[in-house]
Design a protein around this ligand. Structure first.
Ligand code: F3S
Length: 643
């Protein structure tokens, strides 16, 4: 067996491990953050859960930590009280980014981790099978219901060689995206193995595992070896180590080979992570801002290498450079070693340990501005601005660019020895001051979740209708992201727990009149192209359309997590059988679907357009379990009914 098969096999509770067949696995740990956890807390409370029923669950506050409005502080307090009531760890604002902290303090080889964030696979660096999904699915997993999915393809990524100085783990991730695009990993898990893995530190593995999902993959998993062992020892969790490798005769559905010694510094140009070219070809790009941080590149070594490049130099007069360490212990180590001192002297601004600019919570680029970032996504709107152009790079390239004032590989500015002097060893600082452990069981019942005035009830819908009669409220092209459906940015995200207020921003940059139109229609349908719902796992991209009366999304194809979220909230994710059929429904057409429950069971839908006297076929490609959810009108109805 390969490594992924071994982990799934050891956790399998239902089904058989055949490609495409539905399986259920036991879940060891869950994680979620302040944008996904409020829904989870509300579900725990709504179903009057006794407490979580798995090994560990953690609520992290990392996305909206600025608290520019009391709504966010109220959400954080709600999460703290929910964590106390239901037996979770609570990571306070400032402790760091969920994926960084989870790798440091909780992830272990062979575990299955389900997270309310698309970059949950970061924990795959440690040899865990970590999968991102929506909050409702996380809640079910934390309550002991396991995780249901289809047995994916396993793509082997054989890494050989060693990164040359000045080339980062980010360049491995970008090379993979250059080769297979944002769709090449759909329906697959990437398994990183090969002789080259031993040459990658744990934080370099985190960078690569993190960006696995940019290929559309469900997850990315590394073998666990002596590097894993050293990392866990440094975290004083050495007893959680177990070596995990694929069998010598392991079979993969396909194999990609990357010789890391051949790579050069790369950048993903606007507006997609797979729009990858060599940095040396892009020297005319002059950014107004540089951001070094995010769950992709905010380790001690990432920031220390950036500082080594900046030492004795200054950030260019036309550039604002901000640095956000990934965790409180990383911040402490940077302080202890004088690294922050170097950055401050160079003219960098140091932010707290959080997601920050990655999701447009601060440092939004100026109008039509260019920003060079070490984060993982550069979709329009992701950074809080629709007209900004974001280039994704390694920390080494980011630091050299900040100094030069234009995109530049690090070795055009410094000698290799400058970077080679930075240690790649794991840091040994443990600082759990901001990580609150669960209360003892006997103290939990005395705690009541405290709802702030901004937290609205979760919307629900009834069981599947017999007949849908709904207008096409929006017709869209390919690669619509969840940021297109509901954008990030602190001014919008402060309403995340207030569904009616948050819904007002649905598709606001795509079509400012959408919400008004959807409300006027009452019931509506969205038409989309390929890879609808790619990007962030935020389930509000399903909750808000449901709240606005969307009964179905008919698209050429869906991103996995968003499709799950649509099903969880009772919206039919229907697919066009071909591109010609996609051309048929136009915005404003009124569509009629008869015998909806019967069509859900058969997976075949006939969609009529009475005014034009025509009809077309659409397909529901979901598991039997998902059909049950859709018939019930969504997972919340079922969950509330069964607990
Ligand atoms: Fe946060 Fe950006 Fe990662 S929002 S979890 S740093 S992708």
């Amino acid at each position: 067996m390969n490594l992924v098969e071994k982990i799934i096999h050891s956790h399998l509770t239902q089904g058989v491990m055949e490609l495409g067949s539905e399986i259920v696995v036991k879940v060891d740990q869950t994680l979620s953050h302040d944008l996904s956890s409020v829904v989870i807390g509300q579900i725990f409370d709504a179903v009057q859960a006794d407490g979580i029923k798995i090994e560990k669950s953690v609520f992290y506050c990392d996305h909206n930590v600025l608290c520019t409005a009391s709504e966010n502080s109220d959400d954080h307090y709600f999460l703290k009280t929910c964590a106390e009531r239901f037996g979770l760890y609570f990571s306070k604002p400032g402790n760091g980014i969920c994926h960084t902290i989870h790798c440091e303090r909780f992830a272990a080889p062979g575990k299955i981790i389900i997270g309310g964030d698309s970059h949950t696979p970061t924990s795959g660096a440690v040899g865990a099978l970590a999968i991102g999904t929506g909050g409702l699915t996380v809640a079910k997993a934390a309550l002991g219901e396991g995780f249901r999915f289809r047995m994916p393809k396993i793509i082997g990524v054989r890494l050989t060689g060693k990164l040359r100085t000045g080339v980062g783990a980010k360049d491995v991730a970008l090379e993979l995206l250059r080769r297979i695009s944002v769709k090449g990993g759909l329906g697959s898990i990437l398994e990183y193995h090969g002789d080259g893995v031993k040459n990658l530190s744990m934080t370099e593995r985190m960078t690569i595992a993190n960006m696995s999902i940019e290929t559309g993959a469900t997850s990315g998993v590394f073998v666990s070896d002596e590097v894993t062992k050293a990392f866990l020892n440094a975290q004083q969790r050495g007893e959680e180590f177990q070596p995990m490798q694929p069998d010598a005769d392991a079979v993969y559905d396909s194999l990609i080979e990357i010789d890391m010694s051949q790579l050069i510094p790369l950048t993903a140009c606007p507006h997609s992570p797979d729009n990858v070219v060599p940095v040396e070809m892009m020297s005319e790009v002059k950014p107004a801002s540089v951001f070094i941080g995010s769950c992709t590149n905010s380790s001690y070594a990432d920031i220390a290498r950036a500082a080594a490049i900046m030492k004795g130099r200054k950030v260019h007069r036309d550039v604002d450079c901000v640095v956000a360490p990934g965790s409180h212990p990383v911040m402490q180590k940077l302080l202890e070693d004088g690294v922050l001192d170097i950055l401050v002297q160079a003219g960098c601004r140091v932010l707290e340990c959080a997601c920050g600019p990655c999701i447009g919570v601060g440092q939004i680029p100026r109008s039509n501005g260019i920003s060079v970032r070490t984060s993982n996504r550069n979709f329009p709107g992701r950074c809080g601005s629709m007209d900004a152009g974001v280039y994704l790079v390694s920390p080494e390239t980011a630091a050299a660019t900040a100094v030069a004032g234009h995109l530049m590989p690090a070795l055009e500015l410094v000698e290799p020895e400058c970077l080679e002097a930075v240690s790649n060893e794991p840091i040994t600082i443990i600082n759990d001051t901001l990580l609150i452990p669960p209360l003892p069981v006997e103290e939990r019942l005395a705690v009541k979740p405290v709802y702030g005035p901004n937290i609205s009830e979760l919307p629900r819908r009834g069981a599947a209708y017999e007949r849908i009669q709904a207008g096409v409220g929006l017709r869209l092209g390919d690669n619509i992201t969840t940021d297109d459906i509901i954008p990030g940015g602190s001014s919008i995200l402060k309403f995340i727990s207030n569904i009616p207020a948050f819904a007002e921003y649905s598709f606001c940059y795509v079509d400012p009149n959408y919400v008004k139109r959807a409300k006027a229609m009452g019931h509506s349908i969205i038409v989309g192209g390929e890879n609808y719902g790619q990007g962030s796992s935020r389930e509000h991209a399903a909750i808000l359309p449901m709240f606005l009366g969307v009964d179905a999304v008919i698209a050429k194809s869906f991103a996995r997590i968003h499709k799950e979220n649509l099903i969880n909230f009772g919206i039919l994710p229907l697919q066009f059988p071909d591109n010609e059929t996609y051309q048929i429904p136009q915005q404003g057409d009124e569509l009629v679907i008869e015998n909806v429950p019967e069509s859900i069971r058969s997976g075949r839908f006939t969609v009529q357009i009475p005014a034009r006297g025509i009809s077309f076929e659409a397909i529901l490609d979901v598991s039997e379990g998902d059909k049950e959810l859709l018939l019930a009108g969504g997972a919340l109805n079922l969950l509330a009914g069964t607990n």
